[in-house]
Design a protein around this ligand. Structure first.
Ligand SMILES: Cc1cc2nc3c(=O)[nH]c(=O)nc-3n(C[C@H](O)[C@H](O)[C@H](O)COP(=O)(O)OP(=O)(O)OC[C@H]3O[C@@H](n4cnc5c(N)ncnc54)[C@H](O)[C@@H]3O)c2cc1C
Length: 372
């Protein structure tokens, strides 16, 4: 039987952030229990579908561990429909006033979001969101309502929605306004393709990591019993929220909507229509999402359905690697408090996907635990 004071279940960025911060704060009596360290983060020491993950300049806690690649040049994207090809720059030029207005809205969001991220160092995401009525309203409001209120409907599908779809794999009708603007920060925050040096992140507390999964969690009244052989006082659940809910059997945790993404790295020759732009986005009615030209000459293909037909997009091809993400990201509109009780924290990217924001939920939980 093991008896750590703190047990963190799940070693994605949220769990690693918590463990790393506890270690920095001198709280050594913890265990991080996880299968697949790094989780959905793009580990530098593994092949991953390139051109899928973008870091931005505000990722300041993650920064020392990032390996940066190409700039995310959204103007190299194209929406490929049966009728025609839409180029974002062309749409922006056709609606100059609306484009400038949207740019300033993104700038305002950027300022609020920067304050929000600083607050997330000492408050839970829910508290930080509730501290800013503008952000809270955006989180509770659909993206399409927001665009209508701001007379931006003409930019909705071909421009704004295309970036939402290609980065979050959802239709703009499914996104809330917070998530929509968060995605567009890539434009003002110098988005760059990235991978993360997970080994460097866990240096310093490797002996505290157990490579296993939690199968059963029992509340003993004054602590927790995990898998029948780990007893702890404080439990930090850093698994995806649907798994956390299932493991805790906690019906008070809300359901959060999630996407699934199925991707392949392909070597070969794309059909002419998909060979010109860097990001070839398919229309929102389709289940397939995008064909991206990678830096190394391969292609990344993403779909929201498990079975897809690459022949539609490639004349000749060989699949180098397949990767399925389930869940890929959450996009609900429920706010969840991270500190459920003195003995239980629930952290991760359940409010919106994000490398830095998930990591911060872990840092904040560690600080809260350490304060006692
Ligand atoms: C395709 C894709 C593209 C993305 N692009 C971007 C991007 O461009 N920019 C950006 O900022 N973010 C992006 N994200 C989002 C970002 O990757 C995630 O928000 C973040 O990595 C989530 O971290 P997490 O720790 O909350 O969850 P996870 O990474 O899912 O970590 C959960 C951990 O728990 C483990 N686990 C699960 N079940 C158990 C169990 N029973 N016992 C023990 N351990 C368990 C898992 O193996 C995993 O290690 C993208 C995500 C995907 C999938």
């Amino acid at each position: 039987m093991k008896h750590p004071k703190i047990l963190i279940v799940g070693g994605g960025l949220a769990g690693i952030g918590c463990a790393r911060e506890l270690n920095i704060l001198g709280e050594k009596n913890f265990i991080l229990l996880s299968k697949d360290l790094g989780g959905r983060a793009p580990r530098s020491d593994r092949t991953i579908p390139r051109a899928t993950f973008y870091a931005r300049t505000e990722y300041k806690n993650m920064w020392p561990f990032l390996k940066l690649g190409r700039k995310a040049d959204i103007w190299k994207g194209r929406l490929v429909t049966k009728e025609k090809i839409w180029r974002p720059l062309f749409i922006a030029f056709r609606h100059p006033v609306l484009s400038v207005r949207f740019y300033f809205i993104t700038r305002r969001f950027d300022a609020c979001h920067t304050r929000f991220m600083s607050r997330c160092e000492t408050m839970s995401q829910k508290q930080a969101m509730e501290a800013d009525p503008y952000l809270l309203d955006l989180y509770k409001q659909s993206a399409t309502d927001f665009l209508r209120k701001n007379s931006l409907v003409e930019l909705q599908n071909e421009l704004i929605g295309t970036l939402v779809r290609v980065t979050r794999f959802i239709r703009i009708e499914e996104a809330n306004a917070f998530l929509m603007l968060w995605i567009w920060l890539i434009l003002v925050k110098n988005g760059r393709e990235c991978t993360i040096d997970i080994r460097k992140m866990v240096e310093g507390f490797l002996p505290s990591i157990i490579d296993d999964e939690a199968r059963s969690i029992i509340d003993t009244g004054n602590g927790w019993l995990v898998n029948g052989d780990i007893e702890c006082d404080v439990l930090v659940m850093a698994t995806p929220i649907n798994i956390t809910k299932m493991l805790l059997g906690d019906s008070s945790l809300p359901e959060q909507k999630a996407t699934k993404v199925f991707s392949s790295i392909v070597k070969g020759k794309p059909r002419a229509i998909y060979s010109q732009g860097r990001y070839n986005v398919l229309p929102a009615e389709e289940k397939d999402v995008v064909v991206v030209q990678n830096e190394d000459g391969t292609y990344l293909f993403c779909s929201t359905q498990e079975k897809y037909n690459l022949e539609k997009y490639f004349e000749t091809f060989e699949v180098v690697e397949r990767k399925n993400w389930d869940p890929a990201g959450f996009f609900g509109d429920r706010l969840i408090e991270a500190k459920r009780s003195e003995r239980l924290y629930v952290i991760g990217d359940y409010h919106f996907p994000g490398l830095e924001s998930a990591y911060l939920t872990g840092i904040q939980a560690a600080r809260s635990i350490s304060k006692g």
